[in-house]
Write a protein that binds this ligand. Structure first.
Ligand SMILES: *Cc1c(COP(=O)(O)O)cnc(C)c1O
Length: 395
């Protein structure tokens, strides 16, 4: 079982991939599940008069079951979109549009993905009341502050499950309880948790959740949202059109991408325990070796309330961009993929109270299904060599 990483470079020249939070390689089994819908089964799922259409629609039905099974939802509660960005936009803007007149308040957290924060700011510009909660120094939201912010005028509480930059897990169960006590809808961007750690929408009292295909070894350009059945979760769609996805997401669905997302979800469910054991083992190995060689490195975010596969580390006294330039045989990043094009330091690390210099010394190491011990050991060697070349850590 190997990853499909594209053709041109010979294997030995490819950088070691350690950026699994930005995206994941497509699992071969996912590609196999997609191919029929790129070839002979090319029908439009909305064509109800012939077999081509029925085949394509059947692909959507299967994937809805595969995705819903991973979060304890019913298949009819899953709606396909182009990704978690679209799902978050749809939910936040769509819920406020329906419920904001009677319940004007929207509560979220400052370390959310940009697509959540920007959607929330959009709602604020529409006249709704936005509360953006801070986090504690460990990256976890303070439940007392959640309880204070959420009131009977709150339409929606949106808190991510696992942070994409620092990997910390937010206390969704407790937040869900607060949301429900106040009659607010509860949404979570579960893009970094889905398929990696158990998420049960009923146990967490989630009304809405956003999912992405390419974070779980599926294709890019596909995602979904979960919306609890019933009137209470009514939301306005972003797109007007042919009323696909029960009117919540018009536009012809992409059966190949949907089949890929479905297969990726099925594999994630079957292999979650094995994947987790592997990433726990590899990240421990990485941490032990790196911390032993370079004492002074700091882990950002809560040490235990986290997923093992994401390690966000400060290299005191070293500029992260300079370090990256010296480790070209490793593919990793200094933070979120969408933010690393910008020059400013990470707003997530700033929210933990890190200074600009500290935040600029950080790298994110993402370990995943296709990572190996050999790669981890090489990565440690490369990092240690580069840090030494740059004069060592200066805590
Ligand atoms: C990747 C990611 C997104 C965006 O997902 P796309 O499918 O790429 O639009 C949103 N939220 C989180 C937490 C993510 O990790």
């Amino acid at each position: 079982m190997t990853a499909q990483l594209g053709e041109p470079d010979p294997v030995e020249q490819r950088p070691i991939y350690l950026d699994y939070q930005a995206t994941t390689p497509l699992d071969e089994r996912v590609l196999t599940a997609m191919l029929p819908y790129l070839r002979e089964n090319f029908g439009n799922p909305h064509s109800s008069t012939h077999a081509y259409g029925w085949q394509a629609e059947a692909a959507l039905d299967i994937a809805r079951e595969q995705v819903s099974a991973l979060i304890g939802a019913a298949p009819g509660e899953v709606y396909f979109t182009s990704g978690a960005t679209e799902s978050n936009n749809t939910i936040i803007k769509g819920v406020m549009d329906v419920w904001g007149k009677v319940r004007p308040r929207l509560v979220t957290v400052c370390t959310e993905h940009k697509c959540v924060l920007e959607s929330a700011l959009y709602c604020q510009r529409q006249g709704y009341e936005l509360v953006v909660l801070p986090v504690l120094a460990d990256g976890i939201v303070d439940l007392d502050q959640v309880a204070e912010a959420v009131d009977e005028r709150t339409a929606l509480v949106s808190v991510m499950a696992v942070n994409n930059e620092i990997g910390v897990i937010q206390p969704l169960k407790e937040i869900g309880k607060i949301a429900k006590e106040n009659g607010a809808l509860f949404h979570s961007d579960i893009a970094q948790a889905f398929g990696k750690t158990p998420v049960d929408v009923n146990n967490l009292q989630l009304d809405l959740a956003s999912i992405s295909g390419h974070k779980i070894y599926g294709p890019k350009g596909i995602g979904a949202f979960y919306k609890r059945a019933g009137r209470a979760t009514a939301l306005s769609p972003l797109f007007s059109g042919g009323d696909q996805e029960a009117g919540l997401r018009s536009g012809t669905q992409a059966p190949a991408l949907v089949a890929g997302l479905g297969m990726a979800a099925e594999i994630a469910l079957a292999e979650m325990t094995a994947d987790t054991e592997k990433s726990v083992g590899l990240s421990m190995r990485f941490k032990q070796r790196l911390f032993a060689a370079l004492p002074g490195i700091q882990l950002n975010g809560h040490a235990e309330k986290r997923i093992a596969s994401n390690l966000n580390l400060c290299f005191p006294g070293i500029d992260g961009e300079l370090l990256l330039a010296n480790i070209r045989s490793l593919a990793l990043s200094s933070g979120a993929a969408c933010a690393s094009a910008l020059t400013g330091p990470s707003y997530v690390l700033a929210a933990l109270g890190l200074t600009e210099t500290q935040a600029k010394s950080a790298l994110r190491i993402g370990i995943g299904r296709f990572s190996t011990e050999v790669e981890i050991d090489q990565a440690v060697d490369v990092l240690v060599e580069a840090v030494t070349k740059l004069g060592g850590l200066r805590p």
